[in-house]
Design a protein around this ligand. Structure first.
Ligand SMILES: *Cc1c(COP(=O)(O)O)cnc(C)c1O
Length: 426
């Protein structure tokens, strides 16, 4: 069934009808560049820049007084941002905070919840998650004296692209204490049914945490229904909060009284924090999981860009994202499959994330050629070109042009002039 037409006029018409088309101007679009890498590092926006410059100005003007101005906004900045982020996943405002990076937040979540006993000591993961999640899990079981080979239960993909939800659920045996899974797989863009998996885990008394790195800002989540125990994510991918931006942390309100695994003075109750007592009295909400002083400069851009997200709303963002990726897939089927390209992501809307996973034997060298044509793709071993048409700043016309260039590169074989030697950041 064809929904789209293979012509530049059609792409332009889609852009005219696009309800998000004016939002693109809020972003700093690079000249002569088609940016398809927003799932690795989202583009800078004018709103993010302004928010950051404002904080620098306030520091310049007030010195240490920055903590008090604007009703202590910056002393409580993690609350301001937590409230705003919570809306993207339909969580309560105080169930979300921002701190450190995703990896440390995984350590925070696991060290809070992982209380292994003789019979129940395993952590369940999948073999397609981003490696840092696995490194964190392995080190957490080692800290408790276990061997990851025994205590980390890995659900294997049968084809290297997808994870079967049924096999995850079958893996929830009585020796499993905790589960950590990605909402969307970073390579194949498979979106897991988080609600189903979470409910199955809870039926068996297993704690479950989700890594939203590849869905936050691309897919709306309904945490009131999913109801997981904890979640983590980075804010620099789709959400465009800047390189190394502060990360997100969600903890279900039913766990607010739990002792944080990694404690620090900024997790203390605000009323007594500056009494500087030796006893830790942690705040009974997500901010109780804070550790040290919050890095304002890695937070401010997030405030700026979240204003854009709130203006638009996640529903419209997801609708355009699905439209863009469906359009891209249809053009691939029509024009590129005959040149050895293959779609490696799920096709259905309900289990497809925000990017298209385009496979090709020569993916690495094709990515190099794409860059010389002003296209920023993202290569993932061994054969994947990830293409993320971020709905806030990518147009249908750009998707059309991307496909034309992918076709041209394959026809004239120009990728052959590039070396296959990998660089530091592929
Ligand atoms: C991008 C990504 C990370 C990044 O972790 P940081 O600690 O923020 O660098 C972690 N997990 C997944 C699944 C990711 O996609």
């Amino acid at each position: 069934m064809q929904k789209y037409e293979n012509s530049l006029e059609f792409a332009k018409k889609k852009d005219c009808e696009d309800v998000l088309r004016d939002i693109r101007e809020r972003f700093c679009i690079q000249e002569n560049t088609i940016y398809m890498d927003g799932n690795s590092l989202g583009l800078c926006s004018k709103d993010a820049k302004e928010a950051l410059y404002h904080v620098i100005d306030m520091w310049e003007k007030h010195g240490i007084g920055i903590w008090d101005i604007e009703d202590s906004k910056y002393f409580l900045y993690q609350k301001v941002l937590g409230e705003k982020l919570a809306q993207l996943i339909n969580a309560d405002g105080d169930e979300v905070t921002v701190m450190t990076n995703t990896t440390i937040n995984i350590h925070q979540g696991i060290s809070t919840f992982y209380k292994p006993t003789q019979d129940r000591y395993k952590i369940l993961v999948d073999d397609l998650n981003f490696p840092t999640d696995r490194y964190a899990v392995d080190s957490q079981v080692r800290l408790k004296g276990y061997d990851p080979k025994d205590a980390v239960k890995v659900i294997k993909s049968s084809d290297g692209n997808f994870i079967s939800e049924d096999s995850i659920i079958e893996g929830m045996t009585e020796d499993v204490a905790l589960i950590l899974l990605p909402s969307v797989l970073y390579r194949s863009a498979q979106l897991l049914d988080m609600e189903r998996i979470t409910k199955e885990a809870h039926k068996r008394g297993i704690i479950i945490g989700w890594d939203l790195c590849h869905s936050i800002g691309a897919i709306p989540h309904d945490f009131k229904n999913i109801n997981p125990d904890f979640a983590v994510w980075c804010n620099y991918k789709y959400l465009s909060a800047g390189p190394g931006a502060i990360a997100g942390f969600y903890i279900n309100k039913s766990h607010f009284e739990k002792e944080p695994g990694l404690a620090g003075w900024h997790g203390n109750n605000k009323d007594t924090q500056f009494k500087l007592l030796n006893e830790f009295d942690h705040e009974q909400n997500a901010h109780g999981w804070q550790t040290g002083t919050q890095p304002l400069f890695s937070m401010a851009p997030l405030e700026g860009v979240l204003n854009i997200y709130h203006e638009v709303g996640m529903e419209k963002i997801r609708a355009k994202s699905l439209d863009l990726t469906a359009y891209l897939m249809e053009l691939v089927d029509e024009r590129l499959v005959k040149y050895g390209y293959k779609i490696g992501n799920p096709r259905e809307d309900h289990n497809r994330g925000g990017h298209v996973c385009l496979e090709h034997e020569e993916a690495y060298r094709i990515c190099k050629a794409l860059k010389d044509h002003g296209i920023v793709p993202d290569y993932r071993e061994p054969n994947v070109i990830r293409l993320a048409p971020v709905p806030l700043y990518v147009s249908f016309e750009e998707v059309f042009r991307l496909v034309e260039i992918l076709e041209e590169i394959a026809i004239n074989g120009e990728y052959e002039q590039y070396s296959n030697k990998r660089t530091l950041v592929v």
